[in-house]
Design a protein. Sequence first.
Length: 214
Amino acid sequence: MTTPQARIARPGIVLAGALALALMASRVPAANGTTTGTTTGTTTGTATGTLPPNHPTAPPASNTPAPLPKIAPLPPTPATSADLSKARKVRQVTLVVRHRVFHDFVENIQAKLGEPFEIGDTDFEATVDQYVPDFTMDIYTGRVVSRTDQANNPAFRITVRQKGAPQDTTWALLDSPPHFTRKSMLAFQAVKIDFTSGKPMQSKLATAPGEKAK
């Protein structure tokens, strides 16, 4: 038999239990580790629904790509070549020759302008037929001129023949590595230039056998 005191006490017990459950629910951690609800005192942490910037699943701060560095435009190619009447004359040029297929092939040749030379034991021969002291090329037309009469960017045009028939025309520059054109089998680099007067010039990128780069 339930006493009147017990009937009166039960609502108080139920109310106290409900308040305790509500208080526990307010302290349940959210999915991101923060506390939801309002409690007395001071609470710290991140607001519900947001992630700290360094969280693995946090979105990037900005989707805007970094700007590319600005590159100064190349100076325009002169309409005509400089007057080369006072340019130093070339006595000979030392060339390094490489083969597109046989990567171990290296030939060092001392060539004079206008004089054909054989390349190793191959069926190729070549001739240095033009010297440009300050080489520049129009990338749109392929036109080559010399900006000045000084050897600022010396280059040599080389005509290659195979079994006597013209096979390719390419350029050898002093401070640029050998490069193959679309159809060339041979590539050339000038490593030393001997002039008829004054000091020789030598490449900073490659050297002829027995010589040191300057």
